[in-house]
Design a protein around this ligand. Sequence first.
Ligand SMILES: Cc1ncc(COP(=O)(O)O)c(C=O)c1O
Length: 491
Amino acid sequence: MLPLIQFDPQRGMPIYRQVYEQIKSAIDSHKLNHGEKLPATRELAGLLGLNRTTIAAAYELLESEGLIRGHVGRGSFVEGPAAQQDSKRLDWETLIPAEESPAGSPSRAGAAKISFASSRPSEMLFPLDEFRATCREVIDSAEAAQILQLGPAGGYAPLRRYLLEEARRQGIARPGDDILITSGCQQAFDLIQRVLASNGETVLLEDPVYPGLRNVFVRGGARVVGVPVSDQGVEIDTLARIIEKERPRLVVLTPNFQNPTGTTMPEASRRAAIVMSRRAGVVVVENDLYGDLRYRGQEIPPLKLLDPLGETVFLSSFSKIAFPGLRVGWAIGPQHFIARLTEAKEASDLHSDQLSQAVLLRFAISGRLAAHLQKMVASGAERLEACVAACAAKLPPMSRFTQPEGGMNVWVKLPEPLDAADLAARAEREGVSFLPGRHFAIARPHTHELRLSFAGLDPQQISTGLSVLGRIFRSELNDALERSGDTHVLV
Ligand SMILES: Cc1ncc(COP(=O)(O)O)c(C=O)c1O
């Protein structure tokens, strides 16, 4: 606030200068701070019994020194003390040069009316009434205060017990295993990178792969090597060759409904992957966050269950079945390893939000999660069927697409020379979005491939969206064929 201004006409210093000095001193000593408004010249002149031009002269001098700034019609505002005027602005761009994003990080889902771009559940299917009831039960419970207090780094103990018990019942968790609650699977990737691959170690990932997984390891300085994925999940013979040649630190596999391809590893491949990894001393990380979303076919045992010593690290999360915004996931693995992950987590964020954990636990033990999962499986099955049928009916001839048994994604390979990234831009303009293959690339460019994430759309939207895409793809293909003189094969 502006302190009381005093002046002395006998002092031999012009009065405007005396006013200037006192305001300057108030700014320098932070009695007046950046952004504070000074009284209008007329107002201050009235208060001090001075002529308005005297105050205006003081303000002019302050402004000429950059201590205040006048805005027409709004008045004068404090800029900052003289010392601040001298200090140089930090050059953020030199300090932290813009990083080149790892091969094609996906952009935010655009404003397209029909978006196949995001692998997540539709919020239209969120059971909000049940969720509100669950929150109320948790908040009204005797544990509310404890939930709102800081908790253990490993996670909310009752949720840890529940998930570990479930995993033991399914044969996934072994007697020597422990569990860490993470902020989604994404944080588990990050912690695993810090603990196992922070010194440029070699890490094998599926190619194409979920970009959030690739980016964690690339940013952490790991040497990421891609293992091609076919219709049967990761190509097992190639995996064997790469393990032999590269002797990696770890391999991350998504045996069920891999993102982006939607493919599933058969049991024989799973067994082989475990055997070859064990023989080479490679850590296996199994990402099973889509595992509960099986719509058809037989369930196949997880890698961790097939691992004779049970040393596979198993990751999952609630994100694909309920409320991804709550960010609750978990890692189950040998105690020693989970202890290191827990230390890394504590150093990073102390622990995950306990209210989210307590709500999801309550949601699960009240039976609401199982009821909701049933609905998610029914709607996912319907949506997958609509997507596959629309692909068959609407994509240009010679297109190929995967036939997932669950999950949220179908992977399409368009006939050459179609470039999915070029097509994505045109489709977006026509109100439909998807992510082209290069967003998921490690070594192979996936130029003609694209991912359709169907779970967030209802069957009608899926059919309409694919009609638009089919029309665009055919027209672009015809243009390309005409350019190359191949007019006899127009589609
Ligand atoms: C394969 C895969 N892993 C991990 C994640 C991140 O999951 P979460 O929300 O549990 O962090 C996703 C999200 O799309 C994914 O598709």
